[in-house]
Design a protein around this ligand. Structure first.
Ligand SMILES: [Zn+2]
Length: 136
């Protein structure tokens, strides 16, 4: 499906959905496209964007995905220690710091060190907050 921004001869703009570009041309030739505001069939494409309909139904934007739920939980319940993660994890491990849940970032070397020290931790992907739909 293609969405076109359309404009009638009275300058009303509206959106029209078509099977493809040919479908639009055919409907336009047969005057099947009419302005929803004034009913005019003198329609032209507005010089603006058009898009291809995406199958968003499978993953509605407002429905949190599992990884987002986990991330939210961690943000709410884990103290952010940033790049001190490995240091803090070790301190907690050796009871040099208050036992608590922490989150942060670590280098591969730090992770390897933590593993060798027997510190349990887990890694999760950091979500990017950019709109995936922007990557056309
Ligand atoms: Zn109109």
């Amino acid at each position: 499906m293609i969405a076109y921004d359309l404009k009638c001869d009275k300058e009303h703009t509206f959106e029209g959905w078509f099977e493809n570009a040919q479908g639009y041309e055919q409907q336009k030739e047969r005057s099947l496209i009419s302005c929803p505001i004034c009913g005019s069939t003198a329609i032209n494409r507005a010089p603006s964007t058009f898009g291809i309909a995406r199958h968003r139904d499978q993953a509605p934007k407002n429905k949190p995905q599992p990884v987002q739920i986990i991330q939210q939980f961690i943000e709410d319940n884990f103290e952010d220690v940033g790049t001190d993660f490995a240091k803090e994890a070790l301190k907690i491990h050796y009871q040099a710091a208050e036992s608590r849940n922490i989150r942060g970032v670590s280098t591969e070397q730090e992770e390897e060190m933590l593993r060798q020290e027997g510190v349990s931790f887990f890694k999760m992907p950091v979500l990017s907050y950019s709109d995936p739909d922007d990557n056309n």
